[in-house]
Design a binder for this molecule. Sequence first.
Ligand SMILES: [Zn+2]
Length: 581
Amino acid sequence: MYNNLSRLSFYKLGLLSFTLLFFCKANAQQIFSNYAYPLTDFRSPLDIEPPALAGSFGELRANHFHSGIDFRTNQRTGYPVYAPADGFISRLRVQNSGFGLALYINHPNGYTTVYGHLSRFNPKIAQIAKNIQYKNKSYEIDEFPSSDLIPVRKGEVIAYTGNTGSSGGPHLHFEIRDSKTEATINPQLLGISIPDNIPPVIHAMYVYRLNGKPFNEYTPKQYFQVTGGNGTYKLNQVNTIHLNGEVGFGIVTNDRHNGASGNNGVYSIELQVDGNTVYTSALERFTFDNSKAVNSHVDYPTLQRTKQSIQKSFVDPGNPLQIYFNLVNNGHIIFNDDKLHPIKYTVTDAKGNKSTLSFNVLGDAKAIINTPELPVGTIFPYNKQNEFTTEDVKVILPKGTLYNDLNFVYKKSGKLQQNAFSNVHHIQNNLSPLHTGFEIWIKPDSTLTKFQDKALIVNINRSSQGGYFENGWVKAKPRNFGSFFIAIDTIAPSITPLNIANGKNMAGISKMNFKISDGLSGIKSFNGYIDGKWILMEFDTKTAALWHTFDERTTTGKHTFELVVVDMKDNVKRYAIEFYR
Ligand SMILES: [Zn+2]
């Protein structure tokens, strides 16, 4: 008995020291991190070996940081997805776009794992989802089951990989979130191991002449070519850059993984001046409401003009992201002496592989590049609500919309010929990033009167911004600046049956398939009925495919079928037939 006890405590002690060792090992990789995480709680959600990523955590995407990791699935769907630890299904979601079919598991260790773009759920979960869809009479559902409804054990198959929702090819989108705050965390910090011994690649370096002014498309920018590889980079044919006054730096960098083609994002970027860190960004975790600030993290005007993502190493005052550390003067550096300053970038991937870029700056009073004069505009402070009003347009920017003080410029031009019910209002330009949408009110001309309930606002590409008529204005909330005018949508959506027709015998055919689309305002709802009873129709936004899989609800014999598709301006399209089964 005594022996057993002592062996037990020795065993426990052994486990403890093993855990400590593991933390030390993680630290030895020198990844910048502010939290301690469980390293052995989670197994991989897939059994595909070796695991490879099509997308890394925090990778720069259009209007967001990638919120998880994308596991490659060999260009096909249907791989089993395993619960990585015990827990329960805490959220069950089906969307036409977004994550498509998605599951969330809450684990007792305080983390939630998320699975997106699934092809199907396991049979038990699929039946529960279908019951909810029939109860709600809706394909799209977002349910939060209680902890006792769908418990899962580590290693249990919960679903199968797919390509549903806004997915550009078969893969598994996987996230680990803090269950309390819903902040999403880099899964590679929680023991999800991806083989990678390739250091990040540094492609280019930029100097921005900030000159004490807000960063925007007029900020003078100098490009420096970078040479090197295998972890060590320098500027091409330049040893020393002459600079004067207030500057910021920017870097173009990405990461490659073993056995994976394509580029992923880096984990952290550190900038040192004279051996002191003045800027660190680390994609350890972020919250979803801050994710759009990727547009402040990068040089947004350059992204819009050339599609190149330059990661700025200085932080805009209205940037809400909490991925920045060790900031000195927000990364703004003033060179006002005639001394030589060593500058060093260190870029690290989530495995701790590092690359450096080193060069010198010489403070040189003659090396001035002035900021050009801005066009005449109105200054909008970033930390206030801002409004702009004329007799036929009103623009409201809530506080928290801007990352920087903005020189707001407005112009107006005449009405376009087709489907236009107002002048065209040019609101700033597409080079200024916005964190949240802004409000625009446009005064319609008198010809709108009989179409008021069909009115919406479109941008210059005639892409709908939504909107509605109210008190003499058409109002909408665009996500980005641009040129806007009022249009109407009076045209019903279209329905194209692909394998069904009036009087057809559908016996032995598992699904009826359609394409549905809408020319302007977009589809608001679709509902199918067999013999007057609502049936589940599934929809995939990216392919415009709509289908119903026949089940025991449809017996052999003659049936009626009706499909009703409605757009955002309540134009209705009906399709009604009889068929046999
Ligand atoms: Zn993803």
